[in-house]
Design a protein. Structure first.
Length: 209
């Protein structure tokens, strides 16, 4: 069964408060979203497999832990998910990056796919699917389904903010996918926006509001 991980680290909560503010500039919003993604990826990768290797330090030879070579992929849901990619790559520069383009139909609130490009070996990789907002859960559910159709089996969803409705939908539709969020807000409004939320993450990242 999928687990919900709410990452309530003080640094995360502080940075989240800054990007919630309507007066935060595009530059600052973009930078802090990237920083939040870096901090969140520490937790989302906590269970990466390790192996023991022998290393000679300047003082002695001993055995130490290092990553066991597991391949990783970061897949942002376009366009807002792009704002999280560089922050994760700061920690995992060898990860490959795919892209899934979805937009939400304003009438039905359901996702419509318009682009997909994934690493050829996506089926062999642990996948971090990233999007700043988990609102209705429609886009996340569709993206996970698409990853699975391309052979993806080890998928984690990482979002900065989530609404209870979105969490419930992903859990119901994909009970094998763990969810990592920095906060769970109160609800969705009649337009499908998270309340109190932070507005439209894509518009605020790219300055198109």
């Amino acid at each position: 069964m999928a687990e919900l991980h709410v990452l309530n680290h003080p640094l995360l909560q502080h940075k989240l408060s800054i990007i919630r503010c309507k007066d935060t500039t595009v530059k600052e919003f973009r930078e802090i979203v990237s920083e939040i993604a870096t901090l969140m990826s520490y937790e989302a990768t906590r269970d990466l497999p390790m192996e023991e290797v022998e290393i000679e330090t300047p003082v002695a030879t001993s055995k130490f832990k290092r990553l066991a070579g597991k391949k990783l992929a970061i897949v942002p849901i376009l366009r807002a998910g792009l704002g999280m990619v560089d922050g994760i790559l700061q920690l995992i520069p060898s990860a490959k990056v795919g892209h899934i383009g979805l937009y939400r139909d304003p009438e039905t609130l359901e996702p419509v796919e318009y682009y997909c490009k994934l690493p050829k070996d996506i089926a062999e990789r642990d996948i971090l699917l990233v999007d700043p907002m988990l609102a209705t859960g429609g886009s996340a559910t569709a993206a996970i389904k698409f990853l699975k159709s391309h052979g993806g089996t080890h998928i984690k969803l990482m979002c900065i903010l989530a609404a209870p409705e979105g969490i419930e939908r992903v859990k119901n539709d994909h009970p094998d996918v763990d969810i990592y969020v920095a906060a769970v807000d109160e609800r969705l409004n009649e337009h499908g926006y998270i309340v109190p939320g932070l507005g439209d993450a894509g518009d605020r990242i790219f300055g198109t509001k």
